[in-house]
Ligand binder design. Structure first.
Ligand SMILES: CC(=O)N[C@H]1[C@@H](OP(=O)(O)OP(=O)(O)OC[C@H]2O[C@@H](n3ccc(=O)[nH]c3=O)[C@H](O)[C@@H]2O)O[C@H](CO)[C@@H](O)[C@@H]1O
Ligand SMILES: C=C(OP(=O)(O)O)C(=O)O
Length: 434
């Protein structure tokens, strides 16, 4: 297990370019299984979860060519279904959450797929019912083997239908959509997730020959087609990384310009950090955060305490609440952080409390943060990164803290942030990988 030694208290200064979006990449990479023709994808982040998914695709027989550091061409013209029965596949499937999205494309194109319980963050219950109920509605036969946690689906020919999802699952919507594009007839997915990740997938599938309408809404209508062809696709910048950099700039009092953010795709993210008191300027498509010694949390019109909570898109993504929470610890004022979706994502606050933050963990979903207004700096300590976003929140805390911190288990951060130590050191951070 690798660790970061972080010397805190430095102000950072400079420009940073966000990586391509992790959660979009996991969907888009699975979609290459839908065609035998070449698909070229650019702005692919070089991070653990994405590289693991690329290895899984290679195991399945997908031909992978790296044209540039962030650009690959994939050709799924010789997929090996027997690979689904190998130990290597089981290990790869269990390692990441994104592996679940091979099921829809494999089912649609080859009539069968299976998967062990996928990995990903241990942040609470992460059920897959929405995915498999959706496949069943399209006519697939589903089996679950509880002894080895294996999910299997088979179908001769999927048939389009109307379905109302029990929840607007992000990966569930992507998975069902990728099955429906090759089904016979029309599928309507109501209560569909509509994150930019899903919108990007829809646009890519349409370029491959799919007929999807309702993109960006919670009702997707898909007219099935017989086959799909190759295409080119470019990933959006990672909105979670952009939010993390905004939080980092505020906590360390740094002046940072985040380049090429595709600001219209960020939804409520800039607004949320502005409500925490962070000043920012939109310069073309860049976000400039000036150095700020103090920032003050907004209140509601009636003076009551600001509540930052997650919601399905276009609400605030749950993946940024850990960063919002850490930012609030040095703001002037009080905020309630309410993580509605996941029940184990706020426990990392005990480390922030050890660092000197004033936080009351009200219950597994809610924490009240009383900001120090930068009068009392956090103290460097030794801590472990429990999940990807808590990991980055602790890194931000350590960079702002007085003294040295050690963060263990940084593989969790590497799952989603490309060369984070190198990129932050280039603008003045002191992070050593040990
Ligand atoms: C690889 C990937 O893309 N991972 C993202 C994806 O995970 P993933 O697709 O696994 O998450 P889901 O959207 O399925 O659901 C996330 C959690 O929220 C709950 N839920 C979901 C929808 C809803 O309307 N109500 C509700 O309570 C679910 O029960 C679950 O506990 O979306 C999550 C929610 O944005 C993000 O945190 C993950 O980073
Ligand atoms: C929860 C996340 O990832 P995953 O779904 O891959 O575990 C995340 O990206 O914050």
């Amino acid at each position: 297990m690798a660790s970061f030694e972080v010397i805190g208290g430095n102000k950072l200064k400079g420009e940073i370019i966000p990586q391509g979006a992790k959660n979009e990449a996991l969907q888009i990479l699975c979609a290459v299984l839908l065609t035998s023709e070449p698909v070229t994808i650019s702005n692919i982040p070089d991070i653990r979860d994405v590289n693991k998914l690329i290895e899984l695709l290679q195991g399945l027989g997908v031909h992978v060519e790296r044209n540039a550091p962030d650009t690959y061409t994939f050709r799924a013209d010789n997929v090996d279904l027997d690979y689904l029965d190998t130990e290597a596949f089981v290990a790869q499937g269990r390692a990441i959450r994104g592996s679940v999205m091979i099921v829809g494309p494999m089912l649609a194109r080859f009539g069968k797929s299976k998967l062990p319980k996928p990995g990903g963050d241990k942040i609470g219950r992460r059920r897959l019912d929405t995915h498999f109920v959706g496949f069943e509605k399209l006519g697939a036969k589903f089996e679950y083997n509880a002894s080895d946690d294996f999910y299997s689906v088979t179908a001769d020919q999927l048939k389009g239908t109307y379905m109302l999802l029990d929840e607007a699952s992000v990966t569930g919507t992507a998975n069902i959509l990728m099955a429906a594009v090759l089904a016979e007839g029309t599928t309507t997915i109501y209560n569909a997730a509509c994150e930019p990740y899903v919108q990007q997938l829809c646009r890519m599938l349409n370029r491959m020959g799919a007929k999807i309408s309702g993109i960006g809404s919670n009702m997707l209508i898909i007219e099935g087609v017989e086959k799909l062809g190759g295409t080119e696709h470019r990933m959006l910048p990672d909105m979670i990384e952009i939010g993390s950099f905004i939080g980092l700039a505020a906590m360390t009092g740094s002046e940072i310009t985040i380049k090429d953010c595709q600001i219209p795709e960020l939804g409520l993210i800039p607004d949320t950090f502005q409500r925490l008191g962070i000043k920012m300027e939109f310069r073309g498509d860049d976000i400039h955060i000036p150095a700020q010694d103090h920032y003050e949390i907004d209140t509601y019109i009636d003076g009551s305490i600001l509540n930052i909570s997650d919601h399905t898109w276009p609400g605030l993504t749950p993946d940024l609440l850990s960063v919002a929470l850490v930012v609030a610890t040095q703001a002037k004022g009080t905020a309630l952080i309410h993580q509605k979706m996941f029940e184990s994502r706020l426990f990392f606050v005990d480390k922030l409390i050890d660092m000197g933050a004033q936080i009351i963990l009200c219950d597994p979903h809610r924490a009240t943060v009383i900001g120090h207004n930068n009068h009392i700096p956090l103290r460097g300590i030794r801590m472990t990164s429990p999940d990807i976003r808590a990991g980055v929140a602790l890194l931000i805390a350590a960079l702002s803290a007085e003294g040295t911190s050690i963060i263990d288990n940084v593989e969790q951060i590497d799952r989603g942030y490309q060369n984070i130590d190198g990129r932050l050191n280039a603008i003045g951070a002191q992070i050593r990988r040990i």
